[in-house]
Design a protein around this ligand. Structure first.
Ligand code: DU
Ligand code: SF4
Length: 228
């Protein structure tokens, strides 16, 4: 399939009963008061950005009132505001904010996906949910193909999701499995021997950004380090 066809397939996935229930119950009965009159997406979050990207950002999962509301990765919450501002400062986005479909946002050279594509309760997917959704991450990686040059994960769940998905795809992954850390880096190889950098970055969640664990400058530096 094409990336668009893959997104269409992902958007109707119901493989994880607990997450299907959560994404839909938040969308129908659990809306945040300030969004009570908005339609909610209530489905898996499709990948977003440049279909010809050489750089992939892998997050954790949609936020219940963020991506699960707007239908776009990192859109509609504080995490996303922090990320898109940085993507704009570093030249990857044509505008500093992401509001949702029709807002004119386009990414250049970057695509954004989540390791788990449905909003999990308390942002904590189970081991089984992570393993199930790694299949979709693998499909995205296959479609980007040897055009892909670097993957940056926001957090450890994305990092481990990439290692799981690429191992399944038959990529060469260093042993022992490299551990996630901020600006930790390793190199994976596709089955054709094409090298892909894997870079870790602290997640953009308020837990990290409000406490100064991840500052705008640190995120800018991490993004700029992805350029050839
Ligand atoms: O329909 P489309 O032109 O393929 O774009 C779908 C979606 O992808 C649009 O909201 C912008 C985004 N996008 C992008 O971010 N960067 C690109 O180079 C092309 C499309
Ligand atoms: Fe499907 Fe992934 Fe959502 Fe599970 S988390 S239902 S595998 S899209």
């Amino acid at each position: 399939p094409t990336l668009g066809e893959l997104d269409a397939r992902v958007s109707v996935c119901r493989a994880c009963p607990r997450l299907v229930d959560w994404r839909e119950s938040v969308a129908t009965q659990g809306r945040r008061a300030s969004f009570a009159h908005e339609p909610y997406w209530g489905r898996p979050g499709p990948s977003f950005g440049d279909p010809a990207a050489d750089t992939l950002i892998v997050g954790l999962a949609p936020a219940a009132n963020g991506t699960n509301r707007t239908g776009r990765m990192f859109t509609g919450d504080a995490s996303g505001d922090f990320l898109y501002a940085a993507l704009h400062r570093t030249g990857y986005a044509n505008q500093p904010t992401s509001v949702g479909a029709g807002d004119g946002l386009a990414l250049n050279g970057i695509r954004i996906v989540a390791a788990v594509r449905c909003a999990p309760p308390e942002n904590k997917p189970t081991a089984q949910e992570k393993a199930t959704c790694a299949t979709w991450l693998g499909r995205d990686l296959e479609l980007l193909g040897d055009h892909l040059r670097v993957i940056m994960t926001l957090g450890a769940i994305g990092w481990n999701g990439v290692l799981a998905a690429t191992t399944t795809l038959g990529w060469t992954v260093p042993k022992p499995k490299p551990k996630f850390g901020h600006l930790t880096e390793t190199t994976l190889h596709t089955p054709t021997g094409h090298p892909v950098r894997l870079v870790g970055c602290f997640h953009v969640s308020p837990h990290n950004t409000y406490t100064g664990r991840l500052t705008p400058g640190m995120l800018d530096d991490a993004l700029l380090s992805l350029r050839p």
